[in-house]
Write a protein that binds this ligand. Structure first.
Ligand SMILES: *Cc1c(COP(=O)(O)O)cnc(C)c1O
Length: 399
């Protein structure tokens, strides 16, 4: 697999920019985002599918002006994301949540174009409110139902909406019962989201399961939302097969197809820059960083996974091996084991790769640790420090 983003961050002028930062700091490159957008644009142009940004994965709104040159809008999983999508991105705002309260619905309706329900009961509760709003405010909010095709693609249960007991999506028996009782009245689309970091072959099989089970109702829908989890911008992703899946659904059912990737939009576009504070000796050398797995890269512990560090190798692949760990009090605040050409020293910079998605949307102020700043590198290679955080961001969320 090529590593264009390694060479991007390795360029001498990039290294100079990163060295000038106060750390910890997330840095996202608009050039690398544009590279992903070009792939997504090809899919839209070839197929006519509409691609939305899933804000859950990436919500750095200072780059939305770039993203919206290609993407058609956002998909939100909460009122706050929906508001952000409407305010800062525009285009279409689609919302799905596993459950809505009345207050959620009142916040969502002024900004939403599509509202997707996780059950027919929730649709029955809020459908009248939506119809009333469409009539009074002259808008055209469309309602959808999330379905669960009960087809797992072998992901870990934490990230598999089709795992046994999953609350996400209506399964076929309930769907059939409700549809027979007239429950689809006013529903204009179906939504499935079952993938996570997967290739088009997994979508192909999933779509077959969706067609098998829900095929009889697809032709009466205006749209079909394929959800997220498509790793479209990964170098070896089969974009052609994705397009054929979209074209198949369009041809058979005459539906508008939506995709709502989060990760694929921001994949390999950003880094987290941190500084070594100390190197102590445990069973092996441990470098203590000003970045924390627990507070700043929670997926490292949740997935869990070992992020790549620019210039570092697997343990013992290079001359000096150590553990990288955060400065919090959590014993398990450990990022992983890495090797370097030479021993790390206090003051050294470390660059964690692929940190744009599912990172800055998930940071916490655990331990009172400061949140990483947020910076971007513009198309003409200027570093813009978008945002720094302070004590007030910690105090403000408590009382
Ligand atoms: C998480 C999620 C997405 C985005 O998933 P990615 O893996 O980031 O592409 C899209 N739609 C729904 C409903 C989601 O829950």
């Amino acid at each position: 697999m090529s590593a264009h983003h390694h060479s991007f961050w390795n360029q001498p002028d990039m290294q100079r920019l990163l060295a000038s930062l106060t750390t910890p700091c997330f840095v996202v490159s608009e050039d690398l985002l544009a590279r992903n957008l070009a792939v997504l644009e090809r899919v839209q142009t070839r197929t006519g599918a509409d691609i939305l940004l899933a804000l859950k994965g990436f919500a750095m709104w200072s780059v939305f002006s770039l993203l919206k040159t290609v993407l058609k809008g956002t998909c939100a999983s909460s009122p706050h994301e929906a508001l952000l999508g409407r305010e800062e991105f525009g285009g279409e705002t689609h919302v799905f949540a596993a459950g809505y309260s009345r207050a959620d619905m009142e916040a969502i309706l002024p900004v939403a174009d599509h509202v997707v329900f996780n059950s027919f009961a929730q649709y029955r509760t809020f459908g009248p409110l939506i119809r009333e709003r469409n009539k009074i405010a002259g808008c055209a909010i469309q309602c959808g139902i999330r379905i669960n095709p009960e087809h797992s693609e072998g992901t870990v249960p934490m990230y598999d909406p089709c795992s046994p007991g999953s609350r996400l999506g209506v399964r076929l028996p309930a769907f059939e019962r409700e549809a027979r009782a007239g429950g689809l009245e006013g529903i204009s689309g179906l939504h499935f989201h079952t993938l996570c970091e997967q290739d088009a072959a997994a979508l192909d099989r999933t779509l077959a399961a969706v067609e098998n089970k829900f095929g009889p109702w697809l032709a009466q829908m205006k749209w079909l939302n394929f959800g997220g989890g498509h790793h479209i911008t990964r170098d070896d992703y089969d974009v052609d097969l994705l397009c054929r899946c979209i074209e198949r659904a369009q041809k058979r059912y005459h539906v508008q197809v939506y995709l709502e990737p989060g990760e694929a939009v921001a994949l390999n576009t950003g880094v987290l820059v941190s500084t070594v504070l100390d190197v102590c000796e445990a069973d092996m050398p441990v470098a203590i960083l000003d970045a924390s797995a627990a507070a700043h890269m929670p997926d490292v512990l949740e997935m869990p996974y070992r992020p790549e560090v620019l210039g570092a190798g697997q343990p013992r692949a290079k001359a000096w091996t150590c553990r990288l760990a955060g400065k919090s009090c959590l014993a398990g605040d450990v990022i992983g084991e890495y090797s370097f050409d030479a021993p790390l020293q206090p003051g050294d910079r470390l660059v964690f790769l692929d940190m744009a998605h599912y990172s800055m949307v998930k940071t916490t102020t655990f331990n009172g640790l400061g949140l990483p700043s947020i910076a971007r590198i513009t198309r003409d290679k200027a570093l813009v420090l978008q945002k720094t955080f302070s004590y007030q961001d910690f105090k403000g969320r408590l009382s």
